[in-house]
Design a protein around this ligand. Structure first.
Ligand code: SF4
Ligand code: MG
Length: 288
């Protein structure tokens, strides 16, 4: 640059930043809880996708992780235990223009909401479900959940362990027809962000199991750091080898587990005046 040349004006940063999606509300999660990293990964994913805040809705159930919508500046619904998925699916059908994300924990999603989970997988509405799995009911002070290891004996309610094999969410999702299944880990927020980006971009129901530790009731989950590894896949587009891969895996394999193009399900919306009238008449016939 010649001594007389004016310095170039600073280029204004374009794009979005993760903090734009976070609210002023300070999370009340325990220090060291994995959910902080999941919240960070989700907001980073939204920033990468450059989604407008007013075009995204986050729907949750009940539990520590289900508090997440409060910590965002997105439209949100912190609703009924286990019922995030039908609310999210209904919202997407009514407002297809929105990006709809359901969030919650393993107890909320696989026990109370287990039935909704498998039907969301098979119905294939274009929503994303992030299940923050810490293998415990954290908010109600540490009871065993469907994903607790059978020999986890630190809960007063199950002093010798549950004796019941832990549920394998990826296996349930695959068997129920989900087209996109991934597993991330709160300790690898970069990969988790990438998986959430892929899940949101997927056209159909996408499921991300986010291993997210409960430092308070299961402090031994610190060993997850040594246990996580890359998910070994023969062919993640084909459900047959994927089923075997999931069975071979120890539940700590990270990455995209299944990615097959099923095409999202969406009911037809009335468009013509006659169709709208017919719908109104149908609705009024149900009125008491
Ligand atoms: Fe997180 Fe567990 Fe604390 Fe709940 S109880 S906020 S899951 S560490
Ligand atoms: Mg939990």
């Amino acid at each position: 640059m010649s001594p007389t040349a004016k310095p170039l004006p600073k280029i204004k940063a374009i794009g979005k930043k993760a903090k734009e999606y976070k609210s002023e509300v300070k999370p009340i999660w325990c220090k060291g809880c994995g959910h902080y990293a999941v919240l960070a990964a989700l907001t980073k994913a939204l920033a990468q996708l450059e989604l407008e805040k007013e075009n995204v809705a986050v729907i949750s159930g009940i539990g520590c992780s289900s508090r997440l919508p409060t910590y965002t500046r997105l439209f949100g619904f912190h609703g009924v235990h286990g019922r995030a998925l039908p609310v999210a699916g209904g919202l997407k059908v009514a407002r297809p223009d929105l990006t709809v994300i359901a969030v919650g924990g393993d107890g909320d999603g696989f026990s109370i909401g287990g039935n909704h989970f498998l039907h969301a997988c098979r119905r294939n509405v274009n929503i994303t479900y992030i299940a923050m799995d810490n293998e415990v009911y954290g908010m109600t002070k540490g009871q065993a959940s469907p994903t607790s290891p059978s020999d986890w004996d630190q809960s007063k309610l199950t002093p010798h362990g549950t004796g019941v094999p832990a549920l394998q969410p990826a296996s349930l999702a695959l068997g129920s027809g989900a087209g996109f299944i991934a597993r991330g880990y709160f300790g690898d927020p970069r990969q988790l962000t990438d998986l959430i980006v892929q899940a949101i971009k997927y056209d159909g129901f996408s499921f991300v199991q986010a291993l997210s530790n409960c430092i308070t009731y299961v402090p031994e989950q610190k060993v997850w750091k040594q246990r996580v590894h890359e998910f070994e896949s023969q062919n993640n587009a084909d459900p047959i080898p994927t089923a075997a891969d999931i069975q071979r895996d120890d539940g700590f394999g990270l990455g995209v587990i299944h990615n097959a193009d099923h095409g999202a399900w969406m009911p037809e919306h009335p468009e013509t005046q006659d169709e709208k009238l017919e719908l109104e008449q149908m609705k009024s016939s149900f009125e008491l």
